[in-house]
Design a binder for this molecule. Sequence first.
Ligand code: AMP
Length: 219
Amino acid sequence: MRKIFLFMGIQGSGKGTQANRLADRYSLAHVSTGDLFRAVMKEQSPLGNELREIVNAGQLVPDDLTSRMVRDRIDDPDTQQGVIFDGYPRTVPQAEALDAMLGERGEAISRVVFFDLPREKAVERLEPRRVCSVNNAHIYHLVNNPPKQEGFCDIDGAALIQRADDTPEAITKRVDAYLQETLPLVDAYESRGLVAKLDATGDISTVTRQLEDMVEGNV
Ligand code: AMP
């Protein structure tokens, strides 16, 4: 049975960076709803325009649309070994939709990894964040994880940019939405015995090692 991991945690807690590393290492699919939306936002289409308005303002995309994007993604060939969900689910209806999707397939969540980071630290990490303009899953931090050549992605050489929703205003909205809507989901998963809590204040390699132990079933 394929492994289903949920990476949950406040913005800037390292979910995307770590999901990328783990997905490569264990041939898991990295399913980030934020990345799925950003891909559509590059299109000049009605949906692209609508998403751009919602996402750049730091608001949540409607649940139905979000879960439909996930439903369209989770049977892709690269998901055969397993999936790391990054940034999904974020609300109660999304969590219910995910349980239903997995139930239909005779599957269940293997583990919910909770990246624990205080709000102040999270906000500090977001402003200096830069992403690759071609592939937003390539994530850097000007101080903690700088690119080898300033301003350019190590992986494909493309220019680095700041995400449009990493502005102080949008950051506040996103963090508030996380605390109100998403954090309570962690408690619900906890009561199902699914949560592994991770100290997300550690440096990137330390956190990766902890995650590797977890995926390999050592903890
Ligand atoms: P992220 O890359 O996970 O920080 O997501 C960036 C933005 O995409 C969020 O601030 C939301 O506007 C939108 N988004 C991503 N995932 C979800 C989700 N599961 N539900 C609603 N909106 C989402």
